[in-house]
Design a binder for this molecule. Structure first.
Ligand code: BG6
Length: 487
């Protein structure tokens, strides 16, 4: 793919995302020679800074958050690409500064005409900003391309997501709207497709005949930190489930692809998300459990009577022939015992008569002989497979054993940060690792339905202790007590 020269304009240039993720990702790209030859960054923020002050602020952030070693020479050559415009994005007049900048550049010799915008601001600012992309900032007015990257959550529900989409589509064609879900940039999420589709030992078993249940866990040990204002309006379902967890589920369960290209990946994921429903026949209390960690109400910028959930657990069904009867368990939360994102595939108990005969003669309980495939997304990246072996030295005692593949140990490199991959994709015009509008629309449809049933049901919020695995009520959604949460 071709890397066009371009200028990246980051709205929210002094914010948390820009300092912790975007600028460190760009610095890493500079070190790895992944940036186009003519590439510059304009940070746009409310705070008063001149360009020198802004570069200084960023150097401290990059030194702290980059996953690469700090190299002062590399930083200095990257810093010369950075400028700052102080502007209040809620004030339409201030957009004029950016429009004038673009217009002036257009007239300069050897100017770069392509612009990549990044909305690294709070989601309540997306709509006001969207309305200001007109004239030289929007597509088609002047030469060069205009692309926009928008953070999640894209809306608060289906209705607000539709409004937002309409506003962006007024200035950009869908092809140029990059809806970010940074989990799609994580190496192991991409790897799920390869592990599934390119291994004869897995693909034939990837269905209801061989798989008992699938569990997707994204646990964090941190609380909400300084993001109370955003988080208290959002909660775990909108912050994590609607985007990251449903994308993990979609990649795990989508129908096989004939080739790994953008169009097929997106349409296979859309079909999968559209096929999701709460577990049929169960009451909402045994399909969805919400929780809040003890101490949340004392967090900064959180309402003292807040009923925002910091934990959620769900039991979903995928209504496709491949997955009839297979529960998909999802759980995510803040202030849990450890940081961990993984997909666990639990295979069925032995099915064949021959295996059953052997087990009977040995008086072994077959439900103790599990096969598990664990796809470790973070913090360690890798795959683990649990199978059964004879315990050495015993007559015939069967015990579980594990094959554990550690990705960074095998390749001796750290995977690139998700944001590096996504920025690189946007510069190259590749949308395969972004959420499409249809995926967002169908995931909000599901989330809205779940919330509606939950409110009509008990609507209960379960308290849990920090550093635990969440409220014990989450165990009640696991089928008939035969299944347990894997961590
Ligand atoms: C973000 C959420 O999208 O993902 C945060 O808004 C969450 O609340 C973060 O902490 C988790 O990302 P990661 O890459 O650290 O797992």
């Amino acid at each position: 793919l071709h890397k066009d020269d371009c200028t990246m304009v980051i709205f929210g240039g002094t914010g948390d995302l820009a300092r912790r993720k975007l600028m460190p990702a760009l610095y890493n790209m500079q070190l790895e020679d992944k940036l186009p030859d003519k590439f510059s960054v304009i940070g746009v923020g409310r705070k008063e800074h001149n360009t020198a002050g802004y570069r200084e602020l960023l150097s401290a952030a990059v030194a702290e958050f980059s996953t690469q070693t700090w190299d002062p020479d590399a930083w200095h050559s990257f810093a010369t690409r950075i400028q700052y415009i102080s502007s209040d994005v809620e004030d339409p007049a201030s957009f004029q500064v950016i429009k004038t900048f673009i217009q002036d550049h257009t007239n300069q010799k050897e100017a770069v005409h392509n612009y990549l915008y990044y909305l690294a601001v709070g989601p309540h600012l997306f709509l006001p900003i969207a309305k200001n992309f007109s004239g030289p900032m929007s597509e088609g007015e002047l030469e060069g391309w205009r692309r926009i990257m928008i953070e999640k959550p894209f809306g608060q529900d289906l209705a607000t997501a539709r409004d937002l989409n309409k506003a962006f589509c007024a200035s950009f064609s869908d092809r140029n709207i990059y809806r970010v879900d940074h989990y799609l940039g994580k190496e192991m999420l991409q790897n799920i497709m390869v592990v599934r589709f390119v291994n004869t030992v897995f693909e034939p078993l990837w269905n209801k005949d061989y798989i008992d249940n699938v569990q997707i866990t994204v646990a964090e040990n941190d609380g909400i930190g300084i993001r109370g204002d955003y988080y208290d309006r959002t909660g775990a379902m909108r912050d994590m489930v609607q985007s990251h967890l449903l994308q993990m589920l979609a990649v795990t369960a989508m129908e096989p692809l004939r080739s790994i290209d953008e169009e097929r990946i997106v349409s296979s994921k859309v079909n999968l998300i559209r096929a999701l429903t709460p577990w049929p026949g169960d009451k909402i209390d045994t399909t969805m459990v919400l929780g809040q960690y003890r101490g949340y109400l004392e967090e900064k910028d959180v309402a003292t009577d807040s009923s925002t959930e910091t934990y959620s657990a769900l039991k979903l069904a995928v209504n496709t022939p491949r997955w009839q009867g297979v529960p998909f368990y999802l759980r995510t939360g803040k202030k849990l015992e450890e940081k961990q994102a993984r997909v666990t595939i639990q295979f069925k108990e032995p099915l064949s008569n021959d295996v059953n005969l052997i087990l009977n003669t040995l008086s072994l309980e077959k439900n103790r002989l599990l096969n598990l495939l664990v796809i470790k997304v973070q913090p360690q990246e890798g795959l683990a497979f649990q199978f059964n072996i004879k315990k050495p030295g015993s007559a015939i005692e069967i015990v579980p054993a594990e094959m554990d593949f550690c990705q960074p140990c095998a390749f001796l490199i750290n995977s690139p940060e998700a944001y590096e991959c996504l920025i690189e994709d946007a510069i190259q015009g590749d949308k395969s690792r972004f959420s499409s509008w249809n995926e967002i629309e169908s995931s909000w449809t599901l989330i809205d339905e779940l919330f509606k049933s939950y409110k009509a049901g008990s609507g209960k919020l379960n308290l849990y202790e920090p550093a635990s695995w969440g409220p014990r009520q989450a165990d009640s959604i696991l089928s008939g007590g035969k299944v347990r949460w894997w961590s």
